[in-house]
Design a protein around this ligand. Structure first.
Ligand code: FAD
Length: 485
């Protein structure tokens, strides 16, 4: 197998595959995927893609995104996302992708929490991510290497030359002129999450080892409506679109308590809904449910087929049956710090895009369905930057080292870490618990551990340290005891 490429793309979600779509045929690129290509968050996305419907809506989309981000967004990034969104999505449609339409062929836009208008495009009902992923895989013109985990970046004197990988029980180096990190978020760091099993912050940890800056790592989003009463690692998400289209959140007395917290009730931004559910459950010790009974049964099955079948499999007949819900970790606003072309300061020829990256576009709280759009928009920027700057590059060969990736006992530590991150660095934070968590993570880092658990620990430490550094609640970062939730 050859080991030198123009471009290596780490990750087969929307960010990675859309970069590949946008690169021209003549470029020699390789996509790396840690597992099967579809084992990524993109595949599991349900609700859709937020996009301004027309020029007038761009201003509103910007305002909604900034409001959800709690004043912490990078405004240039938000303006770029919302203004480029329609062009990028139009181009995707021209490539042949089909979003759901009415019988006259008009695009159907739905509503989601904290959007001031209907602007969410969806496909295959509630299987938008699967439809997008399938389409991008069909269009993929470059080779893809499955079951290939990147375990390091090859960086020398501020230039990236490729990656170290683990594939088929072998460790080897792959070289490229440009490397794009599109490896997704951090879900597996938490006990309860909605993410694909491949999403474990490896690249965050690798970047930290190379002194690359992360940004906003305290900003972790917890989805309010997740069915967690199952043994599956990835918990079943009940899409935001359900609340957008009429689902209610009630306690075991049938009370719609969200209005006690925010006048928008079910349509409040997701951090407020998650924090309100957590707070109400703690205070009242009551179980919380999603009530879908306002939906017509036939319409529900057609509009939300995946949720309908997934929940039926575990004994819930929707929309008639109330579903017990809890918040669970869902999305990382923070990540590897980049500029608006996806470039990473201090390391030439290295980019990050999608959920792994942080341009500041989501601020302290992501607006629902802005992340698939982020993947589309910023991958377009990265692809064009690569096209503009790809030239000759000297080759540097890196030795293979023999670091142990996994050691006995790592699994126990992994589970302990997940519990710590959920309980002590999760939806509601308290200084003393964050400090306790930090101490334990530091202790674990001193143990004889494999490299991979070490990467998780480094990323977790970054989250905890950032949470400790932010003294007051902001967006998704909620400190116990502060008045405003
Ligand atoms: C259940 C669910 C529903 C969602 N619904 C929506 C929605 O409706 N709308 C919306 O906008 N957003 C939604 N999101 C968020 C959105 O899906 C993600 O933010 C987005 O898909 C991330 O895309 P990505 O390409 O950055 O990463 P991902 O799609 O997660 O892809 C990451 C890729 O990187 C690979 N990878 C990871 N580590 C390594 C490594 N070390 N080596 C090699 N490969 C690696 C993985 O295998 C994977 O292929 C949802 C998320 C979830 C979990």
């Amino acid at each position: 197998m050859k080991n030198y490429y123009d471009v290596i793309i780490i990750g087969s979600g929307v960010a990675g595959l859309h970069t590949a779509l946008k690169l021209s045929q003549g470029i020699d690129a390789l996509v790396l995927s840690k597992d099967y290509a579809w084992e990524c968050n993109t595949f599991y996305a349900q609700g859709g893609v937020a996009v301004a419907k027309d020029t007038a809506d761009v201003t509103l989309h910007v305002a909604d995104t900034l409001a959800a981000g709690a004043g912490h967004c990078d405004e240039d990034a938000v303006n770029l996302l919302c203004s480029m969104g329609k062009t990028v999505i139009d181009s995707f449609i021209q490539e042949g992708f089909v979003f759901d339409t009415d019988s006259d062929g008009n695009l159907l836009y739905t509503q989601e929490a904290a959007h001031s208008t209907n602007r969410i495009l969806h496909a295959s009902g509630d299987a938008t991510g699967r439809a997008i992923h399938h389409f991008l895989m069909e269009k993929l013109k470059f080779p893809i290497l499955y079951n290939t985990q990147v375990t390091d970046l090859l960086i020398d004197e501020g230039v990236c030359y490729g990656v170290k990988v683990y594939h088929a029980n072998k460790k080897f180096n792959l070289y490229a002129k440009k490397v794009v990190i599109a490896s997704g978020g951090v879900g597996s760091l938490y006990a309860y999450h909605t993410n694909a099993r491949t999403i474990s912050a490896d690249m965050h940890g690798i970047c930290l080892r190379h002194g690359i800056a992360l940004r906003d790592m305290e900003m972790m989003q917890f989805h309010p409506t997740v069915f967690v009463k199952s043994d599956a690692v990835r918990k079943q998400l009940l899409s935001e679109a359900l609340r957008g289209e009429g689902a209610m959140i009630v306690d075991s007395d049938g009370k719609r308590f969200l209005f006690d917290y925010d006048s928008r009730g079910e349509l409040s931004p997701r951090n407020l809904v998650s924090q309100a559910i957590f707070d109400h459950a703690q205070k009242t010790k009551k179980e919380i449910f999603l009530d879908l009974r306002s939906f017509d049964c036939e319409h529900f099955k057609k509009r939300f087929p995946s949720i309908y079948f997934n929940m039926k499999n575990v004994g819930y007949d929707l929309p008639q049956t109330l579903v017990p819900i809890s918040p669970a970790f869902h999305y990382a606003m923070g990540g590897i710090k980049t500029d608006l072309d996806g470039k990473i300061a201090g390391v030439a020829d290295l980019y990050a895009i999608g959920e792994v990256a942080c341009t500041g576009v989501h601020g302290a709280n992501r607006l629902a369905s802005n992340s698939l759009l982020e993947g589309f928009v910023f991958s377009t920027r990265v692809a064009s930057n690569i096209e503009e700057t790809l030239g000759d590059k000297k080759r540097v060969v890196f030795a293979q080292n023999n670091e142990k990736l996994i050691r006995d006992g790592d699994k126990l530590l992994k589970n302990e870490l997940r519990a710590i991150m959920w309980q002590d660095a999760g939806i509601v934070r308290e200084k003393k618990r964050l400090k306790k968590a930090l101490n334990r993570v530091e202790e674990m880092l001193e143990l004889q551990i494999g490299k991979l658990i070490g990467l998780r620990l480094l990323a977790s430490r970054a989250i905890i340290q950032s949470a400790l550094a932010r003294e007051h609640s902001l967006g998704a970062h909620y400190i116990l005891g502060e008045e405003k939730i």
